[in-house]
Write a protein that binds this ligand. Structure first.
Ligand code: PGA
Length: 242
């Protein structure tokens, strides 16, 4: 399984990022555990922990060049990053639309990195209207992706209503099972068999040691963990429970 720790801007002190990284490095696990600290901590972490896979939390829409304050996909690659999170709801709420997200995704693929595309509804309605939103989020970002690039795509299903809550407010197993089936169906219908077989799907939203076992589904490829990845002991417990 793929477990990505999205540390957001929770850990301003590098020593706290290092504590989590040291704990992860000592774990014997068959899972791929990836850390996504803030941009400024990425290359520092790379210099201290050569073998730990890293993800960036965002990327520029531009190629490198005269873009003050931006960080391009090629710069991220040079910092030792393998994955880039795109379209997180906390970025969408800052105004990132589907065009921006599709552009970022193509920058990531062009730099030969893997993209973690976040999708998810803000709320659920009784008639299942949120399902069309998921379809739209998937197709608008991925319809331009070529067949050979599908293996570099990971979709993180993160219902916005379940992010940053307590463990008992996360999605329940039945809801996750249903939504996973639906997401796989959209991928098959809209992007074809190759995409269906290659694209990995993660769940994110208040994943904690207390609820992770209940969320382990056969066709789920892993988790995107926010707050739970900011404490060494919690992250360790969580990984060991998978
Ligand atoms: P959370 O965040 O685990 O703190 O809910 C998940 C995310 O936003 O990626």
């Amino acid at each position: 399984m793929l477990i990505i720790g999205n540390q957001k801007d929770y850990l301003p002190r590098f020593e706290d990022v290092m504590s989590v990284a040291n704990t992860v490095a000592k774990l014997r696990t068959k899972h791929e555990v990836v850390l996504a600290p803030s941009h400024v901590h990425l290359s520092l972490l790379r210099s201290k922990k050569k073998a730990l896979p890293l993800a960036a939390q965002d990327v520029s829409v531009f190629e490198h060049g005269a873009h003050t304050g931006e960080i391009s996909a090629t710069t991220l690659r040079d910092s030792g990053v393998s994955y880039v999170i795109i379209g997180h709801s906390e970025r969408r709420s800052q105004g990132e639309d589907s065009h921006v997200i599709a552009t970022k995704l193509s920058q990531v693929l062009r730099a030969n990195l893997s993209a973690v595309l976040c999708i998810g509804e803000s709320s659920r309605d009784a008639h299942g209207g949120y399902l069309s939103l998921l379809r739209e989020q998937i197709t608008s970002a991925l319809s331009g992706v070529s067949e050979k690039e599908f293996r570099s795509i990971v979709i993180a299903y993160e219902p916005v209503w379940a992010i940053g809550k307590s463990s008992d407010e996360a999605i329940d197993r039945e809801q996750l099972e249903e939504t996973m089936l639906y997401i796989r169906k959209i991928i098959k219908e809209e992007l074809g068999e190759k995409a269906y077989k290659s694209i990995r799907i993660l769940y994110g939203g208040s994943v904690a040691p207390e609820n992770i076992e209940g969320l382990l589904l056969e066709d789920l490829d892993g988790f995107l963990v926010g707050r739970g990845s900011t404490s060494p002991s919690t992250f360790k417990e969580l990984i060991q429970a998978v």
